[in-house]
Ligand binder design. Sequence first.
Ligand code: ADP
Ligand code: MG
Length: 707
Amino acid sequence: MSNVINVAEIFGENVFNDAVMQERLPKKTYKELKKTIEEGKELQAATADVIAHEMKEWAIEKGATHYSHWFQPLTGATAEKHDSFISAPKADGKVLMEFSGKELIKGEPDASSFPSGGLRSTFEARGYTAWDCTSPAFVKKDSEGTGAILYIPTAFCSYKGEALDQKTPLLRSMEAIDKQSIRLLRLFGNTTSQKVTPSVGVEQEYFLVDREKYLKRKDLVFTGRTLFGANPPKGQELDDHYFGAIRERIAAFMKDVNEELWKMGVSAKTQHNEVAPGQHELAPIYVQCNVAVDHNQLVMETLKQVAYRHNLHCLLHEKPFQGVNGSGKHNNWSLVTDDGINILDPGKTPHENIQFLLVLTCILKAVDRHAELLRESAADVGNDHRLGANEAPPAIISAYLGEQLEDVLAQLISTGEAAHSLKGGKLHTGVSTLPDFSKDATDRNRTSPFAFTGNKFEFRMVGSRDSVAAPNVVLNSIVAEAFSDACDYLEQAEDFDLAVHDLIKCYASEHQRIVFNGNGYSEDWVVEAERRGLPNIKTMVESIEYLTTDDTVNMFEKFEVFNRAELESRAEIKYETYSKAINIESRSMIDIASKHIIPAVIKYVTSLANSINQVKQACAGASVEVQEELLLQASSLLSDTKKALKRLEEVTEQVTGKEEGKEQAYFFMEQVVPAMEALRKPVDNLEMIVDKSMWPMPSYGDLLFEV
Ligand code: ADP
Ligand code: MG
């Protein structure tokens, strides 16, 4: 019965987790490490040596020969360099397997090949990786199970300690929100909780296509999305795929994905088909923020690797197919104390409700104040095809609270107190007594970019391929700022009850405009949002500047998450990333159109012309009307294609004259992208009329329905 998976047995079997540490480390060492993990105490060199040794022994038992400081540079992917455990050969020619505390704690990859956005000049190319002991190390085996590597999650910084990665600011932002949340809890009489950590659960969407067909689509191979492609006769209009039965081939794939993830301690929980044909979703159970970010990277890598084994290809791009639903990620976020209290839980007593209402209104204030920044955190080249494109959350940030909570806020604003709650919730009066609202009193809203769902906020703008680090850095930091402001005020208050009540009322009124419970996909909302003065930033390029506004810089600097130089470097990298991606897309289009599509269409029109001549020769009276009409149509589209191709070639050439960075990115967005769209149009029309056997690549129908 080799097919039966004993989940409980395999879960975490390749993770150097707490249980393993407790079992293998000397008591004293374990205690010291726990102190570091829980309280951030610095680790002694001697302790690190003991841990490294045990970690190595354990990893070797799992078959590992190498270790890797695993980090997340600003390339969007993870990076790893493998070092074997072997020492220099001794006099007798034998080697030892060694791993020191120093090697565990600090690595020095050649940083010069990773983007630094000008932070690091070439003469100081040093970069360091530093062990994040709060995210457990694990062993990853390759698909055949022959080789294995010990992965050590690390942060990546420059020689001067500037963040060059996703994890460093994330860890800093977690410290900020911890500190400010504890301050807030103390004001409400909580003296027991010692730490507050953001909990994050990431729902990941993806497409699966057949690998053979994928390889025939050079656009998918080069750019991750189709640059051409007419819509199939059947799309997602029947909604027969969503939550539909999972086909055997896909089910076998999912089983392997789960198994791999479970072994690495990723608690893959939910899997189902998504809206579009060929689209699926995977969600793990939420964990602390930095671990969730690491795990999401593992999820994406595992989906890709396992797909390969199944002769499938996993597309993580936000919009692999035009006209078909795109893919995103839902970042579920809440704040949980070390003694298990979720402070985003409305709670059962009025006292808890007040604390909750303050937390809630602080979050609204944070999101309203920094809406542009939050929007930017989900900006990604592929996400431009999705956000606001009438299928995904709009590009406008708003928060959904549900009728019941919105009603509570409305009462607070109009009368200064909430006397009742909708749908028969308990009734309380007076300043320190606010209504006890039950969860799920209202329906779900799936069109909101930032929705309160019972005891967490769900940020739905993130792109499927993007790291969730940036959105969490922003959420943690902006909420820390709002908590800090509230605490500054409340700590000075003479009458706490009165002050907190006033503050909730004030925040609720001042930031009410960010609350929207209606249909986020509707045109009316765009108009209404504009009336409310909410920003509507439609593209990645336009959002980047919000990384470096004074408001953003002050907020991040105050909580020591980023300094100005780090933010400027990130903006620089984003402009570059955008330009590079569009440049690749445009060159791929030029290549495919000139070498594959135009020659195929020429063959087709020639075959039509031959057919006309031959038919006429064979029988003078026979009608060649159809062939002639097709010939005219195809020739005219062919000429449109050639013109559009020429235009795209020209604008792509002009890029070289533009200054790198912002100017170039704007040029790509304003000139190259429209030229690409213009080339796509006649080609997609040609695909509708050209003989299928002559079309140089698999169609949308082939890709989406034949998996
Ligand atoms: P949906 O209703 O959006 O389909 P679920 O309720 O199944 O989602 O949860 C989606 C994700 O949210 C999962 O990864 C889940 O673990 C996570 N999640 C649930 N509760 C919390 C919480 N309190 N904080 C953060 N994430 C959470
Ligand atoms: Mg969801």
